[in-house]
Ligand binder design. Structure first.
Ligand code: ADP
Ligand code: MG
Length: 603
């Protein structure tokens, strides 16, 4: 029998290994940026074309490489950063595996131009599919420029796996954010298709965050700061009222390395219990500094997951620190911090022992949304009370008969308003022939606007109402990306929304039939938010998603006090709808408690 086992040619082995390190353009961006940081650069430029598919280039003013190193760096396991295997987190540089450049060179064309301060001439090296193409002396500044061209050109399966330029750009942006937030002392520039989209100046962390996400982050954040024997915590966390429906700006860094830790994220979100509505997520930018031997060594370096030795302890510290920070900045006045355990009192737990949560007393009557006035999106007008009176399941909507034409229609004009009662700025109550009808005002309005918008959607010329004064909207970079994707659909609905400049949009008109008394910044942010939330469900129908999101965000909020006239109009419009009973997402708009059910209760 002939021998059947063959050794894979080096180039193929390299390609396979490369796939582990470089999954998409963003992974190359991350590796190149980290190398530049490791090289001590004070100034780093990222240049990307076509979502990184044709070009990713990073230019730095770091140490540069010698002629020999410029060749050696392409060898697998060539690294200047470590001599022996060690713990990921005990290493102060970002990379140390010596795999990144070898991987990129296996699946792309990589060009390096580099010079050290000790030499007058630089070196230029080109490698393609792991083969040295050229090497010569060149004139270049001190530092390094590495271009990665035509990523995956020789691995079609990988190339076909790439998503649209916009999606790849979003991934790149994510990695760019993670690195630039960790290194505010370095100046960064980011060019996309020849245009500068970010210029991040040297500064402190707060300045970096504002530089990245917009000026309004200045007042949205409070500092978090705590030092214990095991961990130092610093950074910023978002004020509760700015929590978002999507988990947008949530960053945790351990020893300056971005990590993903659902467990630690949970600790932070837990600190906001009672301060933000369910399904809302605060922003945070948190840095943990700890002795490397606190961290489990069994983590794959390419992954961002992390595990602490004493996870429960870190959890408590982090949560208490976040609580402290919210409390000491007068955000959660009901928290009694006098009685809270001091940090030094939290003993480092013995192995296997459960950790006692620190005592925080919360005033159950405190409503953090109250101070924002009656029309806050996040206002929750004590719905519990109502639910206790009318337990879920008692409503007659499950197949019960009811008359859709409300009784007040017959009561003549004068009495209409009198018959509608607003409850907790949230529900509208009305007697109907079959009993009592309870309408959720926000959902009713959502249904009405949805049908209005759907009706316009098919037409070439949607109506719109001009604004007296066009209004500027400032979004963060990630939200802007999403808005750019959907802006033509949004415009086709009669919403006059245009991009002005970097992450700034202007609204000059809104679709006809939408309420005029709105906070446009909130509405636009909300539309983007909803669009993201609906995305998994409405993947194949982005237009439907836009319509639903607009209906939801233009709708009157819970907490808005309605006049009799407004209530009448709302109820009239609702029953002019094709499907008044449900929101576009299938949630009930109204419930009817039948007279039979009522008499049953009075037995
Ligand atoms: P690692 O970063 O894990 O060491 P890489 O493959 O990313 O592995 O890089 C290999 C080596 O090339 C690095 O250890 C470093 O010596 C050198 N190198 C890479 N990028 C740069 C750069 N921008 N400036 C200076 N040296 C660099
Ligand atoms: Mg590296």
């Amino acid at each position: 029998m002939p021998d059947v086992i063959k050794l894979l040619p080096d180039s193929v082995a390299n390609q396979i290994a490369a796939g582990e390190v470089i999954q998409r353009p963003a992974s190359a961006v991350k590796e190149l940026l980290e190398n530049a940081v490791d090289a001590g650069a004070g100034n780093i430029q990222l240049i990307v074309s076509d979502g990184g598919k044709t070009l990713i280039q990073v230019v730095d003013n770091g140490t540069g490489m010698s002629e020999k190193d410029a060749l050696l760096c392409f060898e697998r396991h060539a690294t200047s950063k470590i001599g022996k295997a060690g713990d990921l987190f005990s290493i102060r540089t970002m990379g140390f595996r010596g795999e990144a450049l070898a991987s990129m060179a296996a699946i792309a064309r990589v060009e390096i131009r580099t010079r050290t301060s000790g030499s007058d001439l630089g070196t230029e090296v080109t490698v393609e599919a792991s083969k040295l193409k050229s090497q010569k002396a060149c004139n270049c500044p001190v530092g390094t420029s590495i271009s990665v061209k035509n990523l995956f050109f020789n691995t079609p399966a990988r190339r076909n796996f790439l998503k649209s330029d916009n999606i790849e750009k979003r991934h790149i942006l994510q990695d760019f954010q993670r690195i630039t937030i960790a290194w505010p002392g370095i100046e960064f520039k980011y060019f996309q298709n020849g245009q500068i989209t970010h210029h991040l100046y040297k500064g402190n962390l707060k300045q970096r965050i504002v530089n990245l996400f917009g000026n309004n982050y200045n007042q949205r954040l409070v500092p978090i700061e705590e030092k214990t024997q095991i961990v130092n915590i610093s950074g910023f966390i978002g004020k509760p009222e700015y929590a978002k429906k999507t988990r947008g700006e949530q960053f945790i860094f351990i020893n300056n390395r971005f990590v993903r830790s659902p467990y630690l994220s949970h600790a932070i979100e837990h600190a906001y219990d009672g301060l933000v509505p369910d399904n809302s997520h605060p922003s945070y930018f948190i840095f943990l500094l700890t002795d490397p031997d606190q961290i489990d060594v069994n983590v794959h370096p390419a992954k961002t997951e992390v595990k602490f030795r004493d996870e429960k302890y870190i959890y408590q510290i982090l949560k208490t620190a976040a609580r402290h920070s919210l409390g000491s900045h007068n955000i959660s006045p009901s928290l009694d911090f006098e009685r809270e355990t001091a940090f030094d009192d939290i003993p480092a737990p013995a192995k296997g022992q459960p950790v006692k949560p620190p005592a925080v007393s919360i005033n159950p009557d405190y409503n953090p949304f109250k101070k924002h006035g009656g029309d806050s999106l996040r206002s929750r007008a004590n719905p519990k009370h109502w639910e206790q009176l009318y337990p879920a399941g008692s409503a007659a909507s499950q197949g019960a008969q009811y008359t859709i034409s409300p009784e007040w229609e017959e009561a003549g004009d004068g009495k209409q308003e009198f018959r509608l009662i607003q409850l907790h700025s949230r529900y509208i109550l009305s007697p109907v022939k079959s009993g009592v009808m309870i309408i959720d005002q926000q959902r009713a309005h959502e249904r009405i606007l949805y049908e209005k918008l759907s009706a316009t959607a098919g037409k070439g010329n949607p109506g719109s109402q001009q604004l007296l004064f066009p209004e500027n909207i400032k979004l963060n970079e990630a939200d802007s990306e999403v808005l750019r994707d959907i802006i033509s659909t949004v415009k086709s609905m009669g919403f006059g929304l245009y991009e002005l400049g970097r992450d700034t949009f202007v609204v000059d008109s809104i679709p006809s039939g939408m309420p005029e008394e709105i906070n446009l910044q909130e509405v636009v942010e909300g539309i983007v938010d909803s669009f993201q939330i609906n995305r998994p469900e409405l993947r194949d129908d982005p237009r439907q998603n836009v319509i639903r999101s607009m209906a939801k965000r233009f709708a009157v909020h819970h907490g808005k006090v309605l006049t009799g006239q407004e209530m009448t109009a709302l109820v009239n419009d609702l029953f002019a709808c094709d499907i008044p009973q449900y929101t576009p997402a299938g949630k009930p708009v109204l419930q009817i408690i039948s007279t039979t059910e009522l008499s049953e209760r009075f037995k």
